[in-house]
Design a protein around this ligand. Structure first.
Ligand code: PBG
Length: 324
């Protein structure tokens, strides 16, 4: 089966995220997870966002949940010494990102939605999103590796695997692997329409995932491309079995969000990325000045057609009641 609509209905927390009608229910908070214990390290390019070890992450999410943020996306940050050319650590069951998923499941059961970003760039020593042949990314070999990482995340208990690599055919391959392993409730959130964007700069600092040479232009989308390219990517991921279709970045591509929302039947997410977040934070160091700007942005995403909003503002918006 390439399509299992029940995946988005599997738990109440998933239903609230995907089909809920309030702004608060639509929000997903991203987190950067590091190895160790007691680590709570501010990220200088992203005011208010920290790299946290699993123990600190659990406490952070506990507070978020009390404030109503139920959906969480994890990025495992890997030390340079742990990286290699094929991102081996990413599928090691003992890796801190996978431990975080297991501990979250133990602590919160199905009260929350856990998403994990699946890509190679945070764990490769060259910083590219795939396996290299010379200086090129080998698409199909990368897809095989992504399948292994996706399976490890689903086994740990993630609700959704968020594939952010932009390789051709990876959604279908992961869907098939889930079917073959009997993982009929594991979802795929595809970064379907992901542009090669200068707005990812602060994230690459936070996750230490910058490529050591070249760029991501051979796989991420060209910002000069028209709507047909976006729709091609979104519809093919949908046909391969993606459960949620995402457009990224958000603000510079609100028109693309609208076009994609009109073209697909699956729920649409938007990623309000690190550079967009940092612009708002740096322009408004005072919380009260940020408030109207964040509210306006969240509604812009909704108006453009997003059902789900992945945003670093989720925590503050929920905590201070900016979600109306
Ligand atoms: C990994 C990945 C990136 C982001 C999410 N997943 C960076 C990139 O593609 O270089 C960016 C998120 C953000 O900027 O907030 N491929």
């Amino acid at each position: 089966m390439q399509s299992r609509p029940r995946i988005n209905r599997w738990t109440e927390a998933r239903r609230n995220l995907v089909f809920g009608t309030t702004m608060l229910e639509s929000l997903v908070q991203p987190h950067f997870v590091v190895a160790g214990t007691g680590v709570d390290e501010p990220i200088s390019s992203m005011p208010g966002i920290h790299r946290q070890s699993v123990d600190v992450l659990l406490e952070t999410i506990e507070v978020d949940v009390k404030n109503g943020v139920r959906a969480h996306m994890l990025f495992a940050v890997v030390e340079d010494g742990e990286k290699d050319h094929r991102a081996s650590v990413a599928s090691e069951p003992s890796m801190h990102g996978l431990e975080a998923v297991r501990r979250l499941r133990e602590r919160f059961g199905n009260e929350i939605v856990v998403m994990t970003d699946v890509c190679l760039c945070t764990a490769t020593d060259h910083g590219h999103c795939g396996l290299l042949v010379g200086e090129d990314i080998d698409n199909d070999a990368t897809v095989e590796r992504l399948v292994e990482i996706a399976l490890a995340n689903a086994e740990a208990g993630a609700d959704y695997i968020a594939v952010s690599d932009m390789m051709d055919g990876r959604v279908g391959a992961i869907r098939t692997a889930f079917e073959d392993s009997g993982m009929t409730d594991a979802g795929i959130l595809s970064y379907s329409v992901k542009f090669a964007s200068s707005f990812y700069g602060p994230f690459r600092d936070a996750a230490s995932s910058s490529p050591t040479f070249g760029d991501r232009g051979s796989h991420q989308m060209d910002f000069r491309s028209g709507y047909s390219e976006a729709i091609l990517e979104a519809v093919s991921d949908e046909n391969e079995g993606a459960d949620i279709i995402m457009v990224k970045p958000g603000l510079p591509y609100l028109d693309v969000v609208r076009q994609v929302a009109d073209a697909v039947v699956r729920p649409v997410a938007v990623y309000n990325v690190s550079g967009e977040y940092s612009m708002v934070m740096n322009a408004n160091p005072e919380r009260e000045n940020r408030r109207p700007m964040v509210q306006e942005l969240l509604h812009a995403f909704k108006r453009a057609g997003a059902d789900i909003i992945v945003t670093y503002h989720a925590r503050e918006a929920a905590q201070h009641g900016w979600t109306h």
